[in-house]
Design a protein around this ligand. Structure first.
Ligand code: GLY
Length: 488
């Protein structure tokens, strides 16, 4: 959670999961050193120690103005009274059918006969409502030390997982300094490690600041080429250097410096640099687009940008049956074996190897942009590895090409993450002529049917805050006291 108070003070609440104390570097490898398929993504062993309850409570404790119970109440009502299933949720819930045999806790998201809920049906979660009531009453102690902790440990016993009472009691959300950079005169404030989000975003923007993208033209072959080359280099650095700052020297000052970006620009030519020349390593892609993002600006000008995630859709698929919620499969965000691609095709190295108590690297990039010290944009998106390039594109579309927030959030998206060495492009993003020019420069293009990202953004204009939800998803801007937006 990136937050900025009306006074301008910014901070970051890191509630990333941690590896359990019983975790070890090779826990997902067999005796021959091969990755055991599915072990870091499905089932109790895939779960990191959850951080959300501690993180939200920490933000409340430090900056909240309403009583905690009042804050949790709407969630209790949604769980107890239910809400109508949207088309999109119905489609994800259908995908759960194949897992219900192995993970019977998932039946709580289905009809009583085990068939999927249809759009318009009501999803009620009474067990979750009880859990939330406990959290409303006793705060994080209920989750990390009380009855809910007991239920998590019981689920671990049933499913062969290793999250223990000691892990839960020892979990702490951390307050960190947000990462800061600049782009074309705007200050960019974003997520510090253990997310790679801010560092990779700032590195990409620093490289691109040296090119006249506006002169090259929106979605021209040249613009896309230089954006891809910047992305390729920044993601290669992500794989090599980034990890939990409590365990790893991230070399951040250099990675996000303008001097380093200038050095990298020297290696960029009008032809695509094969990713294998930047560093060696295998990579395959299976990008998904889970995770959640929301942003809020209040009447005092305070703002939060919050990205949080179970990782994959429905996380590890394990429901803590006594408590009614899903466990994450964030352990897959570690480099479970150097060079082995995670769910998003991202590879990593020593910096992100598993160690007890360590936080796994993330791509989450809740971000704010400031102009002359004043809040201008609050931005974020789900999308795993594509989070960072989505944020970079929205910023570039607005700051280089002068696009409106609406146009920038709606514009076609593409993504390159060093490995696999191809540009992943949304359906219809590239026309035939553009495609040919990019291929002639040495790029490979992979079309993807799924959209990239689901951005949520707020632009502050004068005393008004204008929200924009990505047309790719089913989010919605909401607010009170509509005011006439000031000039941009
Ligand atoms: N679990 C996806 C991310 O943190 O980037």
């Amino acid at each position: 959670m990136l937050l900025r108070l009306g006074s301008g003070e910014a901070s970051f609440v890191d509630f990333r999961e941690t590896a359990p104390l019983g975790a070890s570097r090779d826990m997902y490898l067999d005796s021959l050193g091969n990755v055991i398929k599915g072990m870091s993504t499905l089932g109790a062993m895939a779960a990191g120690v959850p951080g959300t309850v501690a993180g939200l409570y920490k933000a409340h404790e430090l900056h909240g103005s309403l009583p905690w119970r009042e804050l949790v109440e709407p969630a209790i009502s949604l769980a107890r009274d239910g809400f109508p299933v949207s088309e999109r949720l119905a489609s994800s819930l259908r995908e759960l059918q194949e897992y219900k045999g192995r993970f019977p806790g998932l039946l709580q998201f289905m009809k009583s006969d085990g068939t999927p809920l249809a759009p318009g049906d009501t999803l009620r979660q009474p067990i979750l409502a009880r859990t939330l009531e406990r959290i409303a009453l006793d705060g994080p102690d209920a989750f990390y030390r009380g009855a809910i902790a007991e239920s998590i440990v019981e689920e671990m016993r049933l499913g062969g997982g290793i999250v223990s009472k000691r892990d839960l009691a020892g979990y702490e959300a951390r307050i960190r300094e947000p990462l800061r950079g600049s782009y074309r005169g705007y200050e960019i404030v974003s997520a510090p490690p253990p997310s790679s989000g801010g560092a990779v975003l700032i590195e990409i923007l620093n490289i691109l600041e040296g090119y006249d993208l506006r002169g090259m033209g929106f979605m021209s072959d040249q613009t896309i080429h230089y954006m891809v080359e910047a992305e390729r280099r920044a993601y290669a650095d992500r794989a090599q250097f980034l990890g939990d700052p409590d365990f790893t020297d991230n070399r951040l000052p250099r990675l996000i410096s303008k001097e380093y970006a200038a050095d990298l620009r020297k290696s960029i030519t009008p032809r695509a640099t094969p990713s294998s020349e930047l560093s060696a390593g295998p990579g395959t892609s299976r990008e998904k687009r889970e995770t959640t993002h929301y942003g809020v600006v209040d009447r005092e000008g305070a703002a939060v940008a919050v990205t949080y995630t179970l990782n994959d859709s429905f996380g590890s698929r394990v429901v803590v049956r006594g408590a009614g919620f899903l466990l994450n499969n964030e352990m897959d965000d570690f480099a479970i074996k150097p060079g082995h691609p995670n769910l998003y095709g991202l590879v990593g190295s020593e910096a992100n190897a598993i160690e007890p108590g360590k936080r796994m690297l993330s791509s989450m990039a809740p971000t704010m942009a400031l102009r002359d010290g004043k809040l201008f944009l609050v931005l974020g998106t789900p999308g795993g590895a594509t989070i960072i390039t989505t944020i970079a594109q929205i910023l570039i579309d607005m700051l280089d090409f002068g696009m409106s927030l609406e146009a920038a959030v709606s514009a076609p998206r593409f993504h390159h993450q060093w490995l696999p060495d191809h540009i992943s492009a949304e359906n219809g993003a590239f026309g035939a002529y553009l495609r040919r020019s990019l291929v002639e420069k040495g790029h490979r293009i992979e079309d993807r049917t799924a959209p990239i990202g689901d951005a949520q953004a707020i632009e502050v204009r004068g005393s008004a805050a204008c929200g924009m939800s990505d047309p790719r998803g089913d989010g919605q801007p909401g607010g009170v006291e509509p005011a006439e937006p000031g000039p941009r």
